[in-house]
Design a protein around this ligand. Structure first.
Ligand SMILES: NC(=O)c1ccc[n+]([C@@H]2O[C@H](COP(=O)([O-])OP(=O)(O)OC[C@H]3O[C@@H](n4cnc5c(N)ncnc54)[C@H](OP(=O)(O)O)[C@@H]3O)[C@@H](O)[C@H]2O)c1
Length: 251
């Protein structure tokens, strides 16, 4: 589905982003992987190259404009252009009401989830325009369309991701850049494991959100991202696409 495409993936060192790295590369994409954990990223890129794929690891923080700029520059320098991006890096906490979250956690949540996606769009879209178009997929959440319990900062951040997605889709639609968001449901990942270790009662609540009464495997989210990055979704833009096991159908 992604044969010949150059795709940047943020948050590629674990969970959904790592699954996307392997899946996109297996589908023929050249992948540019970004996250802060250098060794994890290098392992994933090395595995893809060992399997005959094309992967570049760029250690960096999506909150730092210069890191994002470097990743986009390296994509263009090494692979010639940037066709698509999966802006997936995120940070979540849950389990306490709004007034107990704390300004530091609020700021970190907004920084990684909102400023991080903003930084990526600002750098990626000019590179895509230079190549004649492209596709961006931003990772939002069920928390981006509904007030999931006791996570006000994350809910605010993931709603902002959907607003930014729609605005960017409107700005660049005529120039051939599509921008969509994924409304991701509860998924087994490091982030999820950390939340349920801190609040064990939330595990069954997360599973019950889905009409399938389970959490997703990261690759189930990555498959939807691959479709939205590909030309198969050519008339889909400005959309918030649920990949949530039916959670928003009953929210
Ligand atoms: N798991 C769920 O139930 C769920 C549900 C809805 C939405 N989501 C969203 O899905 C996305 C992926 O999360 P996940 O569930 O796969 O969790 P994960 O395994 O913890 O992955 C999070 C990724 O984000 C990266 N990251 C965090 N802060 C970063 C920063 N400042 N700069 C660059 N990379 C950063 C992490 O890498 P480093 O630590 O190496 O930087 C890691 O690769 C997030 O946007 C999350 O909000 C998850």
């Amino acid at each position: 589905m992604l044969n010949g495409k150059v795709v940047m993936i943020t948050g590629a060192s674990s969970g959904i982003g790592a699954a996307a790295a392997e899946l996109f590369a297996a589908q023929g994409a050249s992948v540019v992987l970004m996250a802060r954990r250098k060794d994890r990223l290098a392992d994933i890129a090395g595995r893809i190259r060992a399997d005959g794929g094309r992967a570049l690891d760029v250690t960096g923080d999506v909150c730092r404009e210069e890191d994002v700029e470097r990743a986009v520059r390296e994509a263009v320098e090494n692979f010639g252009r940037l066709d698509a991006a999966f802006n997936n890096a995120g940070f979540a906490t849950a389990g306490v009401p709004l007034h107990e979250i704390g300004t530091d956690v609020y700021e970190r949540t907004m920084d990684v989830n909102v400023r991080g996606v903003w930084n990526c769009l600002v750098r990626q879209i000019p590179a895509m325009l230079a190549g004649g178009g492209g596709a961006v997929v931003n990772t939002s959440s069920v928390a981006g369309v509904a007030a999931t319990g006791a996570s006000a900062a994350y809910v605010a951040a993931k709603h902002a991701v959907i607003g930014m997605t729609k605005a960017a889709a409107a700005d660049y639609g005529r120039q051939g850049v599509r921008v969509n968001a994924l409304v991701v449901g509860a998924t087994r990942s490091e982030m999820m494991q950390q939340v349920i270790t801190e609040h064990p009662n939330l595990e069954s609540a997360f599973m019950a959100e889905s009409v399938q009464h389970r959490m997703a495997d990261p690759v189930e989210i990555a498959r939807a991202a691959a479709w939205l990055c590909s030309d198969q979704s050519s008339f889909v833009t400005g959309a918030a696409v649920p990949v949530d096991g039916g959670a928003t159908a009953t929210a």
